[in-house]
Design a protein around this ligand. Structure first.
Ligand code: NDP
Length: 196
């Protein structure tokens, strides 16, 4: 129970990798706040399963691509739990297409969610962590951000951008006792790759 008394936010924690991360954090004693956009029922069922076991857990609806939602999540978690120790920026989407066919909409939505969303939450939660002079931020990038990927100009650009954002945030926050890291997984069988 290394994370007893710690409070963690996991974006997109209702399913896939985010859910597994939230489960692991909870298993180690942390109170977990998962955010969801469309998956309200799985999010609430997951939280109910955790609370039935006596764990502290909460689900919040939020679109990571909107700064106002990031602010609301930060405020709600601070008001409810009084602190935020861990932020896992996991929520992400794909909108695959060959580069020359990729629409502006496909480009923008993926960049806004996979990169902009992380910026918004680091900005709002980071301020909260700075006050406490401690925190752990983990960003889920992808091997696509390191190597590129067919039909994923938008996704690989966002995930590569996330590495630059991570390194800058790590430099800015180091003096405040906050670490910022990125993880770049390879293929993992979730809904995201179901159509591949
Ligand atoms: P899933 O498609 O299974 O889950 C995506 C999650 O992101 C869902 O919980 C979804 O919530 C949430 N989400 C999507 N858009 C938004 C939004 N605008 N606001 C809030 N939440 C949102 O994906 P994975 O679990 O596979 O992927 C998780 C992360 O891991 C992503 O960042 C992905 O890029 C990365 N990754 C995945 C790999 C893989 O092979 N699966 C490999 C490398 C990295 P909801 O259902 O409520 O909409």
């Amino acid at each position: 129970m290394k994370l007893q008394d710690k409070v963690a936010i996991v974006t997109g924690g209702s399913r896939g990798i985010g859910r597994a991360i939230a489960q692991a954090l909870s298993d180690h004693g942390a109170a977990v706040v998962i955010t969801y956009l469309k998956s309200e029922v799985p999010a609430k069922e997951f939280v109910a399963a955790l609370t039935e076991k006596g764990r502290k857990a909460m689900a919040l609806e939020a679109d990571v691509a909107q700064l106002a939602h990031a602010k609301r999540v930060t405020d709600q978690v601070r008001e409810h739990f009084g602190r935020i120790d861990i932020l896992v920026n996991n929520a992400g989407i794909t909108a695959d297409n060959y580069l020359t066919f990729m629409t502006e909409q496909e480009w923008r939505t993926v960049l806004d969610t996979d990169l902009g969303g992380v910026f918004y939450l680091i900005k709002t939660v980071g301020k909260e962590m700075m006050r406490k002079k401690s925190g752990r931020i983990i960003n889920i990038s992808s091997d696509a951000g390191l190597m590129g990927d067919m039909m994923r100009a938008n996704y690989s650009a966002a995930k590569a951008g996330l590495l630059g954002l991570t390194k800058t945030a790590a430099r800015e926050f180091a003096a405040h006792g906050i670490t910022v890291n990125a993880v770049a997984p390879g293929l993992i069988e979730t809904d995201m790759i179901a159509g591949m």
